[in-house]
Design a protein around this ligand. Structure first.
Ligand code: GLC
Length: 508
């Protein structure tokens, strides 16, 4: 079946457009997927490439970036005297194969003012300009470049402007108008520079009006998420359950109506992880490598985690970890009212790794002070330490309020750490609750978003941990699961074919 499909495929060149892509720039799961998914497609024979801005942290020498196009004029649609008609950008290129564990060929949009002088990916007052410039700059580049994709996949609100420009400003451009667009929703919660929950009906961007000039303050009101959903040929999100959830009022973030209207074009493909990078037998961030036949070796990694976090080094202690962006989405509020009791009643250690909202950062700092020797928080972004934590910890907490996919539960299971998750989005699709009667399950799952439900799952996890045979069983089943891109990359390939047909139909 799969082979037949690939013989007949009409699409070959795919361009992923995003605000982050590892190893160049990464703030979360999106950046990781922009590394591993294109690589998986390349393995299937696709010419998959990525394009992101060149932020201050992306050093052209370190990453061996060549100049691909100099002096790209990107129209600003300026309406007032004194405003420049064009912003001048360059495009640099990383050619695949130069770095170890090489990402695919990656293009970088350069602009001194909007990217090169910015140390962070997100969080500037003029982000609306930075992202409309990215969308338009990429299309202007593709008008001139030798390489032209069959399909462009753009991710989240920041790049929702790309299908919008393509289907309006560039709709008659003979070079661009045959390109199919897929809009990927990695997180529906963020839609633009405004908080969509506090925008009045009349100010809510309906998506039809032209994208204003880069210098027009109305740019701040644009809803890039809505526009991406409206203008793309096809919409996908990162798990089947989230694809269903976002069509409901509870998870739809005010866009459920629009998504329901376009439901025949909405798909959900579960993310996967790179099995070469997440590999307990080879990963060099581990103190001790292991496989499912030598789980006892994980103890060395546990002791290393304890030592790095300054906790007593006890290999039999129940080590619980939270590795996460510290935002409301991640369900951290559920911990607030119960964590003291859990720490007092259960002999466990709790480590936290991650960065995010001040409210959570100070909460964990305070918790660490109140429970010395039991709690340790490392409130930074670290791309390597998670490997060691997953390879040493017993339980990984992912109590998310909503979770489009979630990667950490899969990464953890790959390393034999058992996930405790809330049944939502991709977490519901990847973790199966432990059932003692049938001796099945890969983790602990709770349904309702409240602290008591979390405590119940936590208690069940702790009791199971006390029985080494039971625990080994759960670990073994979790490690056996196949979360590699093998299946999902093929699902993406199918989406590309569908999207290409949809564009053709528009042309006819
Ligand atoms: C976002 C989502 C997360 C998902 C990731 C990659 O970070 O919040 O659930 O795994 O994107 O798709």
């Amino acid at each position: 079946m799969v082979l037949d499909f690939f013989k007949k495929k009409g699409v070959n060149k795919i361009l992923f457009v995003a605000t982050e892509a590892a190893p160049f720039a990464k703030a979360g799961g999106l950046g990781e997927v922009m590394f591993s998914l294109p690589r998986a497609l390349e393995k299937l024979g696709y010419d998959a490439r990525v394009m992101i801005p060149r932020y201050a942290g992306i050093d052209p020498h370190q990453f061996k970036l060549d100049m691909e196009y100099e002096g790209l004029q990107v129209p600003t649609d300026a309406k007032e005297a004194g405003q420049p008609e064009y912003l001048i950008c360059n495009v640099r290129k990383y050619a695949a194969g130069q770095l170890p564990r090489s990402p695919v060929t990656t293009y970088f949009l350069e602009n001194l003012e909007y990217y090169e002088q910015r140390a962070n990916i997100y969080g500037y007052a003029d982000d609306a300009v930075r992202w409309t410039l990215l969308s338009r700059g990429i299309l202007e580049f593709l008008r001139r470049s030798e390489w032209k994709p069959d399909v462009i996949v753009s991710a989240d609100w920041q790049t929702g402007f790309l299908p919008n420009y393509l289907k309006t400003v560039y709709k008659d451009d003979p070079r661009l108008n045959s390109i199919a667009t897929v809009f990927s929703i990695h997180n529906l919660y963020y839609q633009g520079m405004f908080n969509h929950r506090f925008v009045s009906e009349t100010d809510y961007d309906a998506g039809q009006a032209a994208i204003p000039s880069f210098f027009d303050p109305r740019l701040l009101q644009l809803n890039g998420m809505r526009r991406g959903i409206m203008y793309a040929d096809l919409i996908n999100t990162v798990s089947p359950t989230y694809a269903k959830e976002i069509m409901t009022e509870e998870f739809g973030e005010l866009l459920d109506g629009l998504l329901r209207e376009r439901r025949s074009r909405v798909y959900g493909v579960i993310n996967a992880i790179d099995y070469k990078v997440f590999n307990a037998e080879t990963n060099t961030n581990l103190k001790m490598q292991f496989n499912s036949g030598s789980l006892e070796r994980r103890a060395m990694n546990k002791v290393e985690v304890q030592s790095r976090f300054g906790l007593p080094q006890e290999k039999d202690k129940f080590l619980v970890a939270l590795v996460s962006r510290l935002t409301e989405q991640k369900g951290l509020d559920l911990l607030f009212s119960v964590i003291d009791a859990l720490l007092k009643e259960l002999p466990l250690q709790f480590v936290v790794l991650g960065i995010g909202d001040g409210k959570y950062m100070s909460y964990f700092q305070d918790l660490e002070k109140r429970f010395p020797g039991k709690v340790a928080a490392n409130l930074v972004f670290d791309a390597n330490l998670p490997h060691l934590i997953y390879a040493g910890a017993d339980l990984i907490l992912v109590p998310s309020k909503f979770e489009p996919c979630g990667l950490s539960q899969m990464e953890a299971m790959r390393y034999g750490a058992v996930p405790l998750v809330r049944k939502t989005g991709g977490l519901a699709d990847t973790v199966e609750d432990y059932n003692p009667e049938k001796n099945t399950g890969t983790g602990f799952v709770f349904e309702s978003f409240d602290s008591l439900s979390l405590v119940m799952a936590m208690t069940r996890a702790f009791e199971s941990f006390r029985n080494p045979k039971v625990w080994r069983g759960i670990q073994g089943r979790a490690m056996e699961k196949d979360f590699s891109w093998k299946y999902s990359a093929v699902e993406y390939a199918k989406l590309f074919e569908i999207s290409a047909k949809l564009v053709k139909r528009v042309e006819e």
